[in-house]
Ligand binder design. Structure first.
Ligand code: TMP
Length: 236
């Protein structure tokens, strides 16, 4: 597959066209940002870890009946994916209170939720990705009711699968953010990434943070945490 011109550069990835009009190549960077780009840095080896982990999760999720953009891992940092138009929603699922939910609702971090909570944020950097609800999503024509039902169903399936899978690896899935896209024929599929950048992973015994919160909150040991997740999941 020939890599063609760069289409887009995001905070953590670049996207390239290929000689197949239905396929893109994503390239994972070590760059890290937080707080809508206010905090900038780099996490050595992050691109490699996130590429490997995201592909690992996507392959497992396909088997669970969640369609994804994953096609083929090309090398350490690059993956061939199906071309999609991203639905401008950050779909967040939470099992345990943390981060912005803890702040907003005054629930101490670590408080278990009685059932998984789905939240939606409108992907718009200038607005700081504001939280919205189903009514806003349909009123703004971000997607249809049917598409949103599909998205919510997939999000809960991703959660149920990952919760169980990670438990075996001694990792608590606190919360995560996923994104969906539409293929050229309008099918909704899981896109973007699933990685320690986009999930909160806590060690099941010690509750130590094994994710990007180590960078966001200047906790140190960022590279080690990413490497530890890779080791637990892929034995590398
Ligand atoms: P939050 O508690 O800051 O709202 O984050 C919820 C989850 O979403 C957490 O796992 C981190 C992830 N996340 C992203 O992937 N991208 C973002 O821009 C933000 C704010 C959170």
């Amino acid at each position: 597959m020939e890599k063609r011109e760069q289409l887009y550069e995001g905070k953590a990835k670049k996207v390239f066209k290929t000689d197949d009009e239905n396929l893109y190549i994503v390239s994972y960077k070590d760059d890290a940002t937080a707080f809508n780009g206010l905090k900038k840095g780099s996490i050595t080896g992050k691109g490699v870890v996130n590429n490997r982990l995201s592909n690992h999760f996507m392959k497992l999720l396909e088997k669970e009946g969640v369609p994804t953009h994953y096609v083929e891992e090309l090398n350490d940092r690059e993956t061939l994916v199906k071309k999609v138009k991203i639905v401008p929603l950050e779909v967040i699922v939470r099992n345990i209170a943390a981060g912005s939910l803890s702040k907003r609702l005054g629930l101490p971090e670590g408080t278990p939720m009685k059932l998984p909570v789905i939240e939606y944020c409108y992907k718009d950097d200038e607005l700081g990705d504001p939280m919205i609800n189903e009514y806003h999503i349909m009123a703004m024509d971000i997607c249809t009711k049917e598409e949103l039902d599909t998205i919510a169903d997939y999000a809960l399936r991703v959660n149920a699968f990952l919760l169980d899978y990670l438990k075996d690896k001694k990792i608590e899935l606190v919360d995560f953010k996923i994104e969906f896209g539409r293929t050229s024929d309008g099918t909704i599929i899981l896109a973007d990434e699933i990685s320690p950048d986009t999930c909160r992973f806590w060690d099941s015994d010690t509750h130590e943070k094994l994710d990007k919160d180590r960078f966001r909150r200047d906790l140190g040991g960022v590279e080690d945490a990413y490497a530890e997740v890779l080791r637990r999941l892929l034995g590398e």
